[in-house]
Design a protein around this ligand. Structure first.
Ligand code: CUA
Length: 246
């Protein structure tokens, strides 16, 4: 009876690990930002999974092995063992810290790093700038140079660097597009910047991720990534209708 129960438990654990791995395996990323974040998650998962298994198996083994121990002996000093596990923990934390640092210093995730790391990078001429104004409760997008303003929906070309210049008309909001790996707070009286480079056309949900009042939950929008010609067409349409009405 006992071995059967153990087998059942082990298979349950294996099933759980398999399910977790399947859920954690990311679909193809839709932007450079998202790909970098997914890679980090995957790296950390490969470190965390064996560690979790090691700890759990050790725990279960100890509980089972010493279940009828009526005369437990105190643990003796073992400096070598203590140094080993301290050093191993240090190496793991160092790995996590260094991997996370390189992701954070990516110019798409930390736009300030774009200029600092490589002054010629960001090929400014090729980069599209969109001014984003957050307000209670919605989003307004302006395309400088094109005399185009849109609300709730921002249209972007695929395979191009995009720079969002974010500001708020009232309180703190947060510009959050999970599928494109963008999350940046938006402040009144202070411009913040977010960058991305979408690699897949499609519509992505935009949310406000900072509680900003009664309409916070309604403060959403759409990021519409199109191919280059469809993007230019949309921009031309918008600017001609803007000049017709103005
Ligand atoms: Cu804006 Cu929440």
């Amino acid at each position: 009876m006992r071995p059967a129960r153990w087998l059942a438990r082990l298979s349950l654990v294996a099933l759980g690990v398999g399910l977790f791995a399947a859920l954690a395996a990311p679909a193809a990323a839709q932007s450079i930002n998202r790909a970098v974040i997914d890679d980090l998650n995957e790296q950390l998962l490969y470190v965390a999974l064996p560690l979790t298994l090691f700890v759990e198996v050790t725990l279960v083994y100890a509980v089972y092995r010493f279940r009828d121990n009526d005369d437990p002996k105190p643990t003796v000093d073992d400096p070598a063992l203590e140094i080993t596990w301290t050093a191993a923990t240090g190496v793991i934390l160092l790995f996590v810290g260094v991997s996370a640092f390189f992701v954070l210093s990516n110019p798409y995730l930390t736009p300030a790093a774009a200029g600092a790391a490589d002054p010629g990078a960001g090929n400014a001429t090729d980069e599209i700038e969109v001014e984003v104004l957050a307000y209670q409760w919605g989003w307004e997008f302006r395309y400088p140079g094109a005399n185009v303003t849109s609300r709730s929906r921002v249209v972007l070309p695929v395979d191009r660097d995009v720079r969002f210049a974010l500001s708020s008309a009232d309180v703190i909001h947060s510009f959050y597009v999970p599928e494109l790996g963008i999350k940046q707070d938006v402040f009144p009286g202070h411009e913040t910047v977010a960058r991305t480079h979408a690699t897949e056309t499609g519509e992505y949900d935009l949310y406000c991720a900072e509680l900003c009042g009664a309409g916070h939950a309604r403060m959403d929008g759409t990021v519409d990534v199109r191919n280059g010609s469809a993007y230019r067409e949309w921009l031309d349409d918008q600017s001609s209708s803007a000049s017709a009405s103005g």
